[in-house]
Every structure is written in C-alpha cells, then in structure tokens.
Design a protein around this ligand. Structure first.
Ligand code: COA
Length: 628
C-alpha cells in the first residue's frame, strides 16, 4: 500500500537534502541494462486526469460539493495554473529517471511522523509452525537465515529472475533496497541508508532475544555463507547468553512517533557505545527477532493474534521491545511456533518481500540440517547499551505509547475457506475485481453508504516505479452494491451490474498500472505548485479533495505462493486496512481498524465480507443455472 497519506507538505529543495542514496548506483551493471530498457513513468494528460477525478468523486460526494468542484476544476484547466504546473511536471519528467519516486518516498514515508509500527510498516503472517520449544525455534530460524542468504546471493550475483506483469518486464530496483538498509529517524524528517553499496558491505545480521541485540556474522572468512548447522550453533550461543528477562527494551524506542524518536535517537547516540551498537543494527543485512511465547488463544483467534504480533509485538511486556522497527526487514520467530515478519515500508512494496518469502520457504523445505565439520566460530558479539537517565525516561515513555497503540489496534484475519480465485475465474470475472466488489458490498451493508476506497496498483512497469491508486468505488460498484440490497431487483440484473462493475475496475486497474491513474498525478501537480511557490490551487483546498483522500477503505492485494497474509493498519482513524491474498481455493484476508473509533469493528467487517463473498457466489451460481 500503503503509506499513502501525504501527511506533510514538501518544501522546495527537500529532495536534494535527503540522504537517500540514488537507486541507480545500487544496481549491478547487468540489471542496469534491464532498468534502462524500461519506459519512464509518463505524466498523464491534464484534461484526462481532471475528467477522471470528477467521475471518481461522483459516488462519494454530494451533488452540491460536486457542482462546486466542477467549477474549481474548470478554473484550474482554463485559468492557466493547471497548464503551468503540468509543464513543470513534464520538465521534471524529462530531467529525472522518474518524476514521482523521490517525491513519493518523501511525502508518503519519510515525512510521515506517525510511528512506523502499526501505521506504515506491514506485517506478514506465515503459516503456524509445529514447534513449541527453543530447539524448534532455533532450527527454524537457522533454516530461514540460510534461505535468505541464498536469496541474497541472487541479488549479489545479479541472477534474480526479472518479474513481469501483463507480459511486461518489471523494475527490479526494490530488491536492491530491502537488505542491508535501515530507516534513520530525524527530528522532522527521516532518511533511509543502504549499506549494500558501500566499500564494505555488511557480513552480519542482528539477532534479538529477550530485548538483547547480537551481531551474528553469517559468512566464513572465505566468503561462503554459514551452513544451517553453523547458524544453529551460533543461535544457541546467543540464546544462552541472553537468558535474563529483565533487560531494558531499548528497541521499543523505534516504535515512537517519529519526532519523539528523532529526539530520543540523538540523545541515545551521544554515548559512543550506544552509537556503535545502533550503527551495527542499522548496517546489518536484516534482523531476526527470537520472540518469547505469546498468550495462548483459541484456534479461531490465532491468526489475528499473530497478525497483531507482527504489527506491534504485543506490547511492552511481550515482544514490542524485541524489535528495531526502523530495520527494513525483521523476521519474527516465536518460541510457540508463530512466525512471520514486519518490514519498514519506505524502500519497497509488499510484492518483492513476498517473493523473497516464497523463495525462502521453498529453500527451507529442502534444507535439512547436516552436521558440518566442527570449526569453532567466534562467540556472536552482544551489543551494549548504556542506559542513562534520559534514555530510561525515553524507554518508559515509549512503553506507555506502545501499550496505547496495542490496545487501540483491532485486528481480524479471515481465512475464507469456501472458495478462492477459482470461482470468479470460472465465471469469467477478474478475481481481484470480484473480491473488491465484495468489500464494497460489505461496506454498504454496514454503513449504508459507499466510501473512498484505495487499492494499490504497481507502477513497476516503469523505471523506479512504486505504486498508484486504483479508485475502487465507482458509480458502477455503487449501483451493484445497492442492487444487492434492493429487494425489487432480480438476480439477472444484479449479475449484469456486478459484471459491469468488475469490468470498470479492470479498466481502472489497467489505467493505473500503465501510469494513467489520477492520484499520483494530482499529488505531483500539488507538489509542483509547492516547489514553484505558487498559491495552492483551489481544487486542492476543496472539501471533495479531502473526502477523496480520506480512505475509509485502504486495500491491497498481495498474492503469494505461500499460504500467508500481509496486514497493515488503517490509513485514517475511522477506516479499515484490508490486505488479501487470493489463493486458488481460498482467500486470506487481514482486516484492521482502531478500537478508539466506535464506528469500526474489524471482526464485524470480516463477517460482512464473508457474507458478501458467499452471496456473490450464490448470485453467480443462481444465474448460471437459470441460463442453462
Ligand atoms: N476471467 C478469467 N480469469 C481472469 C479474468 C477473467 N475475466 N480476469 C483476470 N483473470 C485471471 C488472470 O489471468 C490472473 O490469472 P493467474 O492467477 O493465472 O495469474 C488472475 O485471474 C488474477 O487476475 P486479477 O484478479 O484480475 O488481478 P491481477 O493479478 O491482474 O492483479 C493488481 C491486480 C491490481 C493486484 C495488480 O495489477 C497489482 O498492481 N499488484 C501489485 C499490488 C501492490 O503493489 N501492492 C502493494 C502492497 S504494499
């Protein structure tokens, strides 16, 4: 998704100040050939975006608001402002590899001041593992680490297969950003550093157990990766030297509001030992969190509990301090068999992370622990932290805020087992469109209105492309959902409306992945206005714009081969975050909301989604039978 809210305006010159390493320098030469062969992200025609913007508003704003917005759009188009900003964007597009990517990285992620935990970092829940003790946990972790190192080898040797979407090759840059990188907090704005490109790329990962961090060097002196057996032995050493459970949860600092963490960070690294320890974590290839067991819950609640654990760790007295939330990738392996990961969103979207997971899971299936020759390995280094009074105060503050966040997050994972992509495909419908229409129907049934709905669409057909938005709520999706609730409508008509709505969704998806959606273009025009120091055009100060940007439903499809599900927090205080993995025969759906909002309820929405999916299948079957 997902860090899609532009929470802070960009000031001129900000991109240049950012310590972001230019992506182009991080890619091996062979990939560069592929990268340069990709088209550049286009700037859509201004008139087209304005027309599509008005059409998108139709179902979600009142007639009166729409009338007012029509006038503002006309002024924007005819008064010259729109044309001037458009020209500015086109100039930027000529001068840069991608006119959007740095702006996007800044405005969606690095300027966002909300905590990364829950608010922007997605989690991934892996299937439950059948170990219940520390040996099982470490054996699993050792295999997982070895699998990730195999994956890293494909990045290092530039042998990653190039992915494609709709038959077109995709930009692979994100794969070069996810290992050895870390977000760094700033008092006003964050940065991301990537250590893979330096003169001395890291050879270590970090392991955290009982809130204590360790450096685990994962390569032998000849450059070969440690075997699973060697990693297992090193993990045992780490475990045995971190048995105390009364350590300060230093990592919990990274879960704070970014301004608060930015200040606490400067405080923390005043001390030389602390600075070196923090740097070792930041520089590591990735982190593995060996979590303590969580409270047992019923089988029905298990997946939801794990999703919460991936997003926030369960709270200060559980595993929230067993993290460094700024680290791009943290794999989480619990003693009770829970496993998954949490990732910091700034450098990449979900699909590359899930591709990595699929690869690692496959490696793990074939890896058996083979005893390797007993070459003694050095004891992994424990990272020391001096906890001054100020640091202690910051930790206490972070613990309190984390506990508030934990109580506020409402999570429900729906493992929808009745059918998967197979059913819509059999009826010649796009599975993605079908599932999205079920969300629309569920929402209408719960609230009696439709709402602004976001679905991420990949822009990776273009050089350094990230995402744009598919506007799921359309006049057609609304007509379909209303017809389902209208007792006077016949099933034949409902099916026709469903087919039309799914078709329109498919067209909007195609527009989005081909760089012709409206959201990033509007954002670009707005940011261009800020850079040019022009007064903000009326269309961006309008109620309709605010309604359109307030996504009560923030959704994303992240498909995988592994039976997992990604989850993320809602984008607005009174909305839902919905991520789904449509498999062939079932669909995994993670729904989040905030408990502080009386109107939302993740479990209730999940029930409404389940009912909607079942009713829609019944509708298709009913009309198919009638046609026979
Ligand atoms: N009849 C039968 N089958 C159909 C069909 C129809 N009318 N329409 C589509 N299908 C098939 C497709 O061929 C495809 O087949 P496959 O399973 O063999 O690959 C399958 O159904 C899925 O297609 P669809 O459901 O339409 O979705 P999609 O795969 O095109 O995905 C997006 C749509 C928007 C999810 C995708 O384009 C995208 O952008 N993904 C990235 C999302 C992202 O970056 N998220 C970020 C999260 S942090």
């Amino acid at each position: 998704m997902l860090g899609v809210l532009v929470r802070a305006a960009l000031r001129p010159g900000m991109v240049k100040q950012c310590r972001l390493v230019k992506p182009v320098t991080q890619i091996p030469e062979r990939s560069m050939v592929h990268q340069e062969g990709l088209p550049k992200l286009p700037v859509p025609p201004l008139k087209q975006t304005c027309e599509r913007y008005l059409a998108m508003l139709e179902p979600i704003v009142s007639e009166e608001e729409l009338g007012h917005t029509r006038k503002l759009v006309e002024e924007f188009l005819k008064g010259g402002v729109g044309e001037r900003l458009q020209k500015g964007l086109e100039r930027r597009a000529r001068k840069t590899e991608n006119w959007l990517s740095e702006w996007w990285m800044q405005s969606a992620y690095l300027d966002c001041r909300m905590p990364v935990a829950v608010y922007t970092s997605p989690g991934i829940v892996l299937p439950r593992m059948h170990f219940h003790d520390r040996q099982g946990q470490m054996r699993f972790a050792a295999k997982l680490i070895a699998g990730v190192l195999e994956f890293k080898n494909m990045i290092d040797t530039d042998t990653l297969p190039v992915e494609s979407l709709g038959g077109k090759p995709l930009c692979m840059d994100q794969y070069y950003q996810i290992l050895s990188s870390c977000r760094i907090p700033g008092p006003k704005r964050d940065t991301v550093v990537n250590h893979a490109i330096g003169k001395t790329p890291p050879t270590h990962i970090t392991i955290v157990h009982n809130f204590q961090f360790f450096i685990l060097v994962v390569y032998n002196s000849d450059g070969t990766p440690l075997t699973v057996d060697q990693i297992y032995m090193q993990l045992e050493k780490i475990w045995n030297s971190s048995l105390q459970t009364n350590k300060e949860p230093i990592g919990i600092l990274t879960s704070q509001h970014r301004n608060t963490w930015g200040k606490a960070y400067n405080n923390l690294i005043k001390d030389k030992t602390n600075k070196e320890s923090v740097r070792a974590i930041q520089k590591s290839i990735f982190t593995v969190c060996l979590d303590a067991p969580m409270p047992r819950v019923s089988d029905e609640l298990y997946q939801s509990r794990v999703a919460a654990q991936m997003l926030h760790g369960g709270g200060a007295r559980w595993n929230s301090g067993n993290r460094w939330f700024d680290k791009t990738i943290q794999f989480i392996v619990g003693e009770d068999g829970t496993c998954g990961l949490v990732y910091e969103h700034a450098p990449a979207e979900g699909p590359p992370i899930v591709f990595l997971i699929d690869y690692v899971v496959k490696c793990m299936q074939r890896t058996e622990i083979v005893r390797s020759p007993m070459v003694p390995l050095a004891m992994p280094q424990k990272l020391r932290f001096n906890i001054t009074t100020d640091v202690k105060r910051d930790i206490e503050n972070a613990k309190q805020n984390m506990n508030i966040m934990v109580h506020d997050l409402d999570v429900k994972v729906l493992m929808f087992s009745h059918f998967g992509k197979n059913v819509p495909k059999q009826h010649n419908l796009s599975p993605d469109g079908f599932v999205q229409m079920a969300f629309q129907l569920a929402y209408l049934r719960m609230y009696n209105v439709c709402c602004s709905t976001y679905e991420s669409a990949s822009l990776r057909m273009f050089q350094y492309g990230r995402t744009d938005a598919i506007r799921v709520t359309t006049a057609d999706s609304h007509s379909f959902a209303q017809a389902m609730e209208d007792p006077d409508k016949q099933n034949a008509e409902r099916v026709e409306l469903l087919r039309k709505a799914v078709q329109i969704h498919k067209e909007n998806t195609s527009n989005a992945i081909h760089g012709q959606a409206i959201d990033r273009h509007l954002l670009g025009l707005k940011l261009q206005g800020i850079e040019d120091l022009t007064s903000m055009p009326g269309i961006f100060m309008d109620t309709s714009y605010a309604v359109a940007e307030h996504y009560h439903l923030s959704t994303s499809q992240v498909g995988s081969k592994t039976d997992c599900v990604m989850c993320f927090g809602p984008m607005v205080p009174d909305g839902y975050g919905v991520c789904y993995n449509p498999m062939d025969e079932h669909i995994n759906i993670a729904i989040t909301a905030f408990n502080s909002c009386e109107e939302t309820n993740a479990a209730k929405f999940a029930r409404a989604v389940k009912d909607a999916l079942l009713d829609m299948r019944a509708l298709l079957e009913d009309t198919a039978t009638a046609e026979q």
